[in-house]
Write a protein that binds this ligand. Structure first.
Ligand code: MSP
Length: 529
């Protein structure tokens, strides 16, 4: 029986750019959560997808001589391949151009229309096509030529005069939102993001235009077919579609079992949509609100936000080609604290790879597997009765005993850096234990044969436990280590606490040496061309 459901999302990504390190970052973080919570006994829903509507997409499609639908379809394989390469185990991939998303959007906004939360009005103000957003004049900035420009993308805006739009009464929700933030301090994390949002909402909210009638690449509003839904008022609802909202045929009951979700993982640039507009929409619909919106930081290159336009856009595949998928996931999730901005570089990535993976985790496996071959004919030794193998005498067992509690607390709070540090503590200690116990000396005399067996058992058992806890970050290597220890499929583990109990590794299991898990890398030999 699962412990319960555990559901969360990444943003659904714009189709107009292939997956890059930034979008991959949110996605691998969500995947580490998915893999861990499955091993922790939960029934996981991990929703991701593509945000396909809007004028910009229609224009890009036209520039490529395609219909918007053809253009979006042509972008899907790039996402599928990237997520496949990175070992992403999402449970749904929602495209906003799908029929099921149309049903969700029409049901949701139709319901809010019936409840009286929408009204039609002419818009007087300014519009930015790139951001697909209306702005009040007081929000605008001016460029060097004195033209009004968009405060977000800095492109010139156009005057929108008298355009009829449907508005959502967002301003009604100022007080309810402030009360909600107060009563649910965990809703916006980390704390800095929370303060920004509270200050913003305290400043007052304007009603939100949720329709556009100047183009047609979008979902028609059910109560006024001449209008399509504004991209964000469409995209956020993909989270509901991804767990079966409104689908009582093949996913009956799923939505009720999974809503509200535990997390929405987003970048800090889109927290306002998720922490202001989204909860207000849910309140209006009478639906409970997601437990936590976690706004992670930006990946920076040389102190600047990594982006394609700045020319520092390294592709995930480039790095996976050099370091492998596991080291890729490990580096971004351990070295960049989730929630803070983090500078990334090839030098640092190589340093982390060599120190943590080649010299610590990989080295431990290779030394211990080789010694198992040499001293025990490649089989896990049994711990003889005579060998004092108690917690007191065994520093590895002592660390392993506290591991679940420490690691689980970190993972529940998406503190990947400290979760990894807890596991590395055991790996580091195990390497030290090899030095301290010097199996090569114990092997010299019959008198210390029992002690040698106990030491080797302890090391192999520590390796098994490290593999379990590293699996959410480095699934391929952990599966390989399980294979080398003749253990079953690691992805079948559904109670990591029980599975990591000390002494579970069966004596007699064959141990294979295999190739080095993480061959050392020389930074000077790495080229990204
Ligand atoms: N389509 C919207 C989301 C709608 S969700 C209902 C969107 N899409 S996006 O393709 O632009 O996705 C961007 C995601 O990637 C955001 O979470 C953003 O913060 C993240 N990143 C983009 N560049 C980034 C970095 N350089 N570093 C880390 N993440 C960044 O927004």
């Amino acid at each position: 029986m699962p412990k319960g459901t555990y559901s969360f999302t990444t943003p659904i990504y714009y189709v107009n750019a292939a997956p890059h390190l930034g979008t991959a970052y949110t996605t691998i973080a969500a995947d580490a959560v998915a893999r861990y919570q499955r091993m922790n006994g939960y029934d996981v829903a991990f929703v991701t997808g593509l945000d396909e509507h809007g004028q910009k997409v229609a224009e890009t499609a036209e520039a490529h001589g395609m219909t918007p639908q053809e253009w979006c379809d042509s972008m899907v394989p790039a996402f599928e391949q990237a997520w496949d390469m990175l070992g992403i185990t999402h449970t749904d991939f929602v495209r906003t151009s799908s029929e099921r998303q149309t049903k969700t959007v029409q049901k949701f906004w139709g319901d809010l229309y019936d409840k009286g939360y929408l009204y039609k009005s002419a818009y007087e103000g300014w519009y930015c096509v790139h951001e697909e957003t209306y702005y009040a004049e007081s929000d605008l900035e001016k460029n060097d030529d004195g033209e009004f420009v968009c405060p977000d993308c800095k492109r010139p805006v156009r005057r929108a005069s008298g355009e009829e739009n449907w508005f959502f009464k967002l301003s009604d929700f100022q007080e309810p939102l402030l009360k909600f933030y107060e009563e649910n301090p965990q809703f916006i994390r980390p704390e800095t993001r929370r303060n920004e949002i509270v200050t913003f909402v305290q400043g007052g909210l304007q009603d939100l235009s949720i329709s556009r009638s100047t183009f047609d690449w979008g979902i028609p509003l059910p109560f006024d077919e001449g209008h399509v839904c504004y991209v964000w008022a469409d995209a956020l609802l993909a989270y509901l579609t991804g767990i079966g909202y409104g689908n009582e045929t093949d996913r009956a009951g799923e939505f009720d079992a999974r809503w509200p979700m535990q997390y929405h993982f987003v970048g800090k640039d889109i927290t306002r949509f998720h922490c202001v507009i989204w909860p207000a929409m849910l309140m209006a619909a009478g639906l409970p609100i997601t437990h936590t919106v976690f706004g992670h930081g930006f990946l920076m290159v040389g102190g600047e936000k990594m982006s394609k336009s700045k020319g520092n856009g390294i592709k995930p595949a480039d790095l996976v080609g050099i370091y492998g998928v596991d080291a890729y996931r490990y580096y971004f999730l351990s070295d960049v604290r989730f929630g803070a901005d983090g500078n990334i570089s090839i030098e640092r990535m190589t340093q982390v790879y060599n120190a943590d993976l080649a010299n610590t985790w990989g080295n431990l496996c290779s030394r211990v597997f080789n010694m198992t071959k040499k001293y025990f004919a490649s089989a896990v030794p049994a711990v003889p009765e005579s060998a004092a193998n108690t917690v007191a005498a065994n520093p590895l067992q002592e660390i392993a005993a506290g591991m679940y509690a420490e690691y689980d607390a970190c993972m529940s709070n998406v503190n990947f850096t400290d979760a990894v540090a807890a596991v590395q503590k055991l790996a580091g200690r195990a390497n030290l234990y090899v030095e301290e116990m010097a199996p090569w000396n114990l092997a010299k005399s019959e008198e210390t044969a029992d002690q040698l067996a106990a030491v080797m058992y302890n090391l192999l058992e520590a390796i098994r436990i490290i593999a379990l806890y590293m699996a959410p970050f480095m699934p391929t290597t952990s599966a390989e280590v399980f294979k080398r220890l003749s253990l079953g499929d690691i992805t079948a583990v559904t109670d990591i606490e029980a599975a990591s109990a000390w002494g579970t590794l069966p004596a007699g299991n064959a141990v294979a040496i295999g190739d080095p898990l993480f061959p050392r890398l020389d930074v000077d030999a790495i080229s990204l061309d």
